[in-house]
Design a protein around this ligand. Structure first.
Ligand SMILES: [Zn+2]
Ligand SMILES: [Zn+2]
Length: 241
């Protein structure tokens, strides 16, 4: 019943404020979440894919991408839906320019195209990568939370919004090299509860690049007793050269 009321309410809101298209940022024709002309502009990550992080592999004889061959990742497996370059501008607006609403299209696409993979992992909960409280105040929301909320709602999987806390204000990862990235994230995350009963968790983030953020979260989750940690990202970077 609660769901029904919320859906009616949301549909009402859609009529007054149609969803903005995550590609061109113009209002999409109701009830669509993207305009027809823009459909297909985000490029899905194609096979062959890295068995660990899901990045597209340039060489099909390999099983893992270069990044996963050199790094000892703390997470078990993960997937990204779209190639980052094809949606860089959309991601920027989603993160920094108030376009929280894009989470609806992104979440819909993830549930549709990666839903089977997610179910196969049999997760107890989805856990969004937290941002520091000060950053969240600045931007008004955490894009990973918005995304996790959409995926959870569409797939009927609980979302644990408060399990991981970001206790350190870190520099943007894109400004740093590999080693600086890892140092930057050291002790950046903390588990907020003493008794974590979850055994299988899917971390939700907007972009996967080197995996250092997911690793930092996965390390804390495993220390707290979580057995399997997976990740889902809406965008994934190219294989390292
Ligand atoms: Zn459009
Ligand atoms: Zn990989």
């Amino acid at each position: 019943m609660e769901n029904k009321i919320r859906n009616v309410w949301e549909r009402g809101l859609d009529l007054v404020f149609p969803a903005r298209c995550p590609v061109c940022d113009k209002p999409a024709p109701y009830p669509e979440l993207i305009c027809p002309a823009c459909g297909g502009r985000f490029v899905p990550v194609k096979e062959p894919r890295c068995l660990k992080c899901g990045k597209h592999l340039g060489d099909e004889r390999e099983e893992y991408c270069k990044g996963c061959r050199v790094a000892a990742h703390k997470f078990d497996q993960g997937r990204g839906l779209f190639e980052y370059p094809s949606m860089a501008r959309s991601m920027y607006r989603f993160k920094y320019a108030g376009r929280k609403e894009y989470a609806r299209f992104y979440g819909e696409q993830i549930a549709k195209k990666l839903g089977k993979t997610i179910r196969g992992w049999r997760p107890d909960a989805l856990v969004p990568v937290p941002v520091h409280a000060a950053r969240k105040r600045e931007r008004g929301y955490n894009q990973a939370e918005a995304l996790a909320g959409e995926i959870g709602r569409r797939m009927g999987i609980p979302v644990d919004f408060r399990l991981i806390k970001r206790v350190k204000k870190t520099l943007p990862q894109k400004l740093l090299d590999d080693r600086e990235r890892q140092n930057n994230l050291k002790r950046a995350f903390k588990i907020a509860r003493n008794d974590v009963k979850l055994k299988r968790v899917v971390i939700i983030d907007d972009i996967y690049t080197t995996g250092s953020t997911i690793d930092a979260c996965a390390l804390e989750l495993k220390r707290a007793g979580v057995e399997k940690v997976y990740f889902i990202a809406i965008a994934i970077g190219k294989e390292l050269k």
